[in-house]
Each structure stands twice: as structure tokens, then as C-alpha cells.
Design a protein around this ligand. Structure first.
Ligand code: NAG
Ligand code: NAG
Ligand code: NAG
Ligand code: NAG
Length: 168
């Protein structure tokens, strides 16, 4: 019985330090043309610990020539594509997705082609004591030249342009 309790306590502790949100889309290594719209899906993992989402910032930073040394999201977000509230919700009908929010964002037309880091900073308040928590996570994209983007991509991105708001 005591051991079981310790296990639960341990699990709770690790939940607090574990990453509580992640990038559901776009996939690592996706190619996106500069100037085009794309959807970033931020998923929130269900956890035993209650938490309150305060804000999220999504940035895009070019990796430059040294593709092996993409910028560290903790120190550099690059061009800010979104900053504001984060309000993850289940899809309707719920389906398999965890609570999430889709952000329709635009890669600046002047953004340098090549590898870039899509970095996210997520600020939340954890537990009953409202412990402030800032986590960062990232994925790598390939930005293609604006002129090489085919006209077909705009139709693709438009489909998922809805941004979730508060549901009444
Ligand atoms: C968010 O985007 C994903 C992938 O396009 C989609 O499956 C999901 O239904 C969208 N969620 C909402 C609430 O629109
Ligand atoms: C960026 O993502 C990689 C792979 O998930 C991870 O190893 C790395 O720690 C992340 N860096 C930051 C600053 O979040
Ligand atoms: C991107 O396109 C512009 C003109 O449309 C061209 O000048 C430039 O060299 C191209 N860059 C790459 C990396 O292909
Ligand atoms: C991209 O989104 C912006 C606004 O966010 C809109 O004005 C523009 O028409 C969109 N472009 C495409 C190709 O969907």
C-alpha cells in the first residue's frame, strides 16, 4: 500500500516536469514555401496534474548554413508567427486527438530558404499552487523558395484555417 502511494507520488512529480504540450503538426522535416499559410497544431497531453494555459509563442528561426546547429529554442525563437492565448480543446466529435489548438500561420515571404526551427514557448500554471512553468519545444522545417511553391499548396492550407476560440 505504501509502495503504491510512493509510486503515485513519483508519477505526479514526473508529470510536473514532463513536457505538457507538443507540436502535432507540421511533421518534422515538412517543406513549406515562404509566403504560404500552414497550420501549426499544438497538442496538450492529458495529465493528472491540473494546469492552466496562459500563453504560447510560436517562432521560426533559420538554421543558416550550419544545418547541424539550428538555434536553441530556449534562447532564440526568431521571427514571431504567433503570440497570444492558448486554449486547447477536443475536436468535435472528439476523435483520437488530444486537446489541441490549430493555428493558421504564414511563413513570411522574405524568409530565407533552407532549414529552420519552428520553436514554441508555452507558459502555464501547474497544480493547485499555480506553479509557473515555461517550457519550450521545437521541430525542424524546410522552407522552400517562394517561387518554387506550387499553386496547389494554398488550397491545402486553406482547408484547416479555423482557429479555435473559446466555446460558449
Ligand atoms: C486541427 O487540425 C487537425 C489536422 O488538420 C484536424 O484533424 C483537427 O480536426 C483540427 N481540429 C479542429 C478542432 O479543427
Ligand atoms: C528541440 O527538439 C529536439 C527534438 O525534439 C530536442 O532534442 C531539443 O531539446 C529541443 N530543443 C529545445 C530548446 O526545445
Ligand atoms: C529564390 O528565388 C529568387 C527569385 O525568385 C532567386 O533570386 C533566388 O536565388 C532563389 N533562391 C534559392 C535558394 O533558390
Ligand atoms: C494566408 O493568410 C492570410 C491571413 O492570415 C490571408 O490574408 C491570405 O489570403 C492567406 N493566403 C492564402 C494563400 O491562403
Amino acid at each position: 500500500m505504501k509502495m503504491k502511494f510512493q509510486l503515485i507520488a513519483l508519477t505526479l512529480a514526473s508529470v510536473v516536469v514532463a513536457q505538457s504540450a507538443q507540436i502535432g503538426a507540421p511533421q518534422q522535416g515538412s517543406s513549406i514555401a515562404a509566403g504560404s499559410n500552414f497550420t501549426v497544431m499544438i497538442e496538450k497531453s492529458n495529465s493528472l496534474t491540473s494546469s492552466q494555459d496562459v500563453a504560447i509563442v510560436i517562432g521560426l528561426a533559420p538554421c543558416g548554413d550550419a544545418a547541424l546547429a539550428c538555434p536553441d529554442t530556449r534562447s532564440k525563437l526568431g521571427e514571431i508567427l504567433y503570440q497570444g492565448s492558448f486554449n486547447p480543446q477536443y475536436a468535435t466529435p472528439p476523435g483520437a486527438l488530444p486537446p489541441h489548438q490549430n493555428f493558421s500561420l504564414q511563413i513570411p515571404a522574405s524568409f530565407a530558404p533552407g532549414q529552420a526551427t519552428l520553436g514554441v514557448a508555452h507558459f502555464s500554471l501547474i497544480g493547485a499552487v499555480m506553479s509557473p512553468s515555461l517550457e519550450t519545444f521545437n521541430t525542424t522545417l524546410v522552407i522552400t523558395n517562394v517561387s518554387s511553391g506550387t499553386s496547389g499548396t494554398s488550397g491545402n492550407t486553406r482547408r484547416s484555417m479555423r482557429i479555435l476560440g473559446n466555446r460558449a
